[in-house]
Design a protein around this ligand. Structure first.
Ligand code: HAM
Length: 422
């Protein structure tokens, strides 16, 4: 039997990689315009980093982490997300010592042992951004504006922005207590997981997707009515700044997110094109207490992560993924002409021209068929005469127009008037 990829993981073949590269390139260019610099943290970390920050009762820590012991018996986990590692790196390298704001972004794989389905994988990829060192609501709106531009630039449409505030250590405990009381009265109407959660982590009940729980959840008190004055003002101000950016949003008091480190503002961007459950393309929020959970000083933080696989689903409909198109296909008639072609290709590539040569020993006719299939912009047939004269016939495939050029003139001709369109 042949060996297959592990369930929940995927190969990205060249046709799909093109779109991924476009997403990554857009992120890098745009995020840098907003002052973000890239950070790369390891793929695995000490398990405790995630257990302490994401929450020991969260689904991620309870059952989704790829955890193993190394040869010294240390518990190691593949990273399920990027925020805790970025904060760890901030503390470890003392970035916060300068008292300034640090805007960081990352692109890379994350790992969660979830039940695979469309839009939910075991190895998936995130583009994420984190701002450390400010709790200004205008910054939160700026982050969302950046995301908005990013998605618009890529052509992702129909996304809804959902926002909420999950309160802070001052106001949340009171609300959680109230939730617990309310939920205790409705135990029989809840799914088994919510029955358990209504004791351990009642906030998570709000996030339940089981149909039977929905009528109960609909009647629960709203967190927004139980925010302290600080949280209330902050949330109002955040919404006003969203208004300045002319960003549409919906306030969803049920939006609590699956990671415990959030305080204050949380948000998601969802698309109905992804189906009813795995519909979030982006998730994020504020996590001012995360640093202290890791034994560090208070460091304010706000950020988001976007799931690239989910974004790709939205974009795939609008893209016709094509492989890179050769600028010039060098077709050769015999072995000596191949040598000439190799040399010419080398010269052209040094001048940023995509020159293509066949290595499957095709006949001239078959080489020309291949040039057509690859949609090459020019072709050049090389035989004895061309070798001797040093002059090459270039045919523009679009209209059959032909010119004969000295080898030195080929690159600028291809690039110049008829330059690469890639
Ligand atoms: P998250 O909501 O767990 O947040 O994940 C963010 C995004 O990653 C999701 O909206 C989704 O697009 C994608 N995602 C999550 N799990 C999977 C999966 N199994 N398969 C495919 N895509 C997935 C975080 O990770 C936080 N670190 C976000 C954040 C950054 N908060 C503040 N800063």
């Amino acid at each position: 039997m042949t060996i297959k990829s592990v369930r929940g993981t995927h190969d990205l073949l060249p046709e799909s990689v093109q779109l991924w590269q476009r997403i990554e390139a857009s992120a890098r260019r745009l995020f840098e315009l907003y002052g973000y610099a890239e950070v790369r943290t390891p793929i695995f970390e000490q398990t405790e980093l995630f257990a302490r920050t994401i929450g020991s009762d969260s689904d991620i820590v309870q059952k989704e982490m790829y955890t193993f012991s190394d040869s010294k018996g240390k518990s190691i986990s593949l990273r399920p997300e990027g925020t805790a590692p970025v904060m760890r790196a901030n503390l470890e390298h003392g970035l916060y010592h300068d008292g300034g704001i640090h805007k960081l972004y990352y692109i890379g794989p994350m790992f969660r042992h979830e039940r695979p389905q469309k839009g939910r994988y075991r190895q998936f990829h995130q583009v994420g951004a984190e701002v450390l060192g400010s709790d200004h609501p205008a910054l939160e709106a700026e982050v969302i504006d950046m995301l908005d531009r990013f998605l618009e630039e890529l052509g992702a449409t129909g996304l809804r922005l959902l926002v909420n505030s999950v309160g802070c250590p001052t106001c949340r405990p009171g609300y959680v207590k109230l939730l617990r009381e309310e939920l205790s009265k409705r135990q029989d109407d809840l799914c088994p997981q919510c029955q358990r959660r209504s004791e351990t982590n009642p906030l998570r009940v709000l996030d339940c997707k089981v149909p039977a729980c929905q009528p109960v959840i609909d009647e629960l008190p709203s967190i927004l009515e139980h925010l302290c004055e600080n949280c209330r003002q902050h949330f109002e101000s955040f919404r006003a700044y969203l208004g300045h950016h002319k960003i549409h949003y919906e306030v969803v008091p049920r939006l609590v997110r699956g990671l415990d480190y959030y305080v204050g503002t949380t948000f998601e961007m969802v698309s109905s094109k992804l189906g009813p459950t795995q519909n979030a393309v982006v998730g994020g929020g504020r996590y001012d207490g995360l640093s202290q959970l890791l034994g560090g000083p208070p460091v304010q933080g706000f950020g988001f992560a976007l799931g690239i696989e989910r974004l790709v689903v939205l974009l795939e409909e609008t893209q016709d993924s094509q492989l890179p198109r050769p600028d010039i296909f060098l077709a050769y008639l015999d072995e000596q002409a191949l040598e000439e072609s190799l040399q010419l290709a080398q010269e052209l590539r040094r001048q940023e021209i995509f020159a293509y040569i066949d290595f499957q020993g095709r006949s001239l006719k078959a080489q020309m068929r291949l040039a057509n299939r690859l949609n090459s912009r020019f072709t050049c047939i090389i035989g004895e005469e061309e070798r001797k004269s040093g002059e090459f016939p270039l045919k523009r495939m679009e209209d059959g127009h032909q010119v004969t050029l000295k080898r030195k003139a080929i690159a600028s001709y291809v690039r110049g008037n008829h330059g690469p369109t890639r």
